[in-house]
Write a protein that binds this ligand. Sequence first.
Ligand SMILES: *Cc1c(COP(=O)(O)O)cnc(C)c1O
Length: 375
Amino acid sequence: MSDATAKTAQNGSANRPQPRPGVMDIAAYVPGKSKGTHGVTLHKLSSNETPLGASPKAKEAYADVAKSLELYPDGASTELRNAIAEVYGINPDRIICGAGSDEILSMVTNAYMAPGDEGIYSAHGFLVYEIAIRAAGGVPVSVPEQNLTTDVDAILAAVTERTKMVFLANPNNPTGTYIPFEEVRRLHAGLPSHVVLVLDAAYAEYVRRNDYESGMELAATAENVIMTRTFSKIYGLANLRLGWGFGPAHMIDAMNRIRGPFNVSGPAMAAGIAAVKDKAFVETAIDHNDKWLPWVTAELEKLGLSVTPSVGNFILIHFPDQDGKRAKDADAYLSERGCIVRMVGNYGLPNSLRMSIGSEAANKAFVSLIAEFLG
Ligand SMILES: *Cc1c(COP(=O)(O)O)cnc(C)c1O
């Protein structure tokens, strides 16, 4: 054995490249399952995807780009930003597009968080925030909620000199709850002006509440607020990976400097442009949700389960025991029968399951299976 080999053997992994401190502390994101126990999926209700597919116009636009796959896309996503800006009446120069809003969340975090800085999010908040914070070398700070709802006072109480960012999913996933715009304003008003407030409005289109606003107004006027949006949910383009952020010009500028030069693909851009313009398609999806969200909620309550009131396209269902066994058994029972929902133990909710509102057939099948399970 050579000296070098002996040394490697002795030191174990010490001679290999080492990830930056903190990287190995990250628990990799676990996506919703896509297959049932026997490899059969009848109803995939695990990732808050739409049961209505994508707009036919988006599919057509996507297919059209197949003629020119050899060409690089427009790295600045100009046409897509213009289309979004027109639909929402905002300035296209203050929009940034990404491979899903997850990429926007990573970009803003990488642009603003330095090692040791703190990033705050609420206890049952979207897990991508913690990953983005740790990936940037930051320190994740999770604060308690009230009734599975963001607690603005708890967030403000957690702010320290090291706080650099606050992440708020509104509505939140996986709880389905939201805070009114007045509360978002109060949160913003209470933060030091150098702290970045990220308003993740992935489910904004679904919300039917007069006191809700996605955060667009705050992102348009404040110097430290970025709102993120996605094409993965109501637009039905999750497979393409497309999202966008809207914020002050100086923040968009900083994010553009660290962005991959061609981070959004041409087919995704083309589909996104067609999708954002197809307002009738979005209305249909809203109507579908408005019909089935209350129906599934009511049916489950009739079966004696408690359901957190949701304003999104998914619900959080609670099983009455303390050790998580009932929720786990229900998940296994559903999975055996090809109905896939989401276990949310990694969100600190071991007694709950999250179910995405599906097609009429899926919703009815789900309720019947739960009734059988409880039976
Ligand atoms: C689904 C979801 C997103 C969207 O992620 P994409 O990367 O755009 O697919 C963002 N935030 C929350 C809270 C979500 O649930």
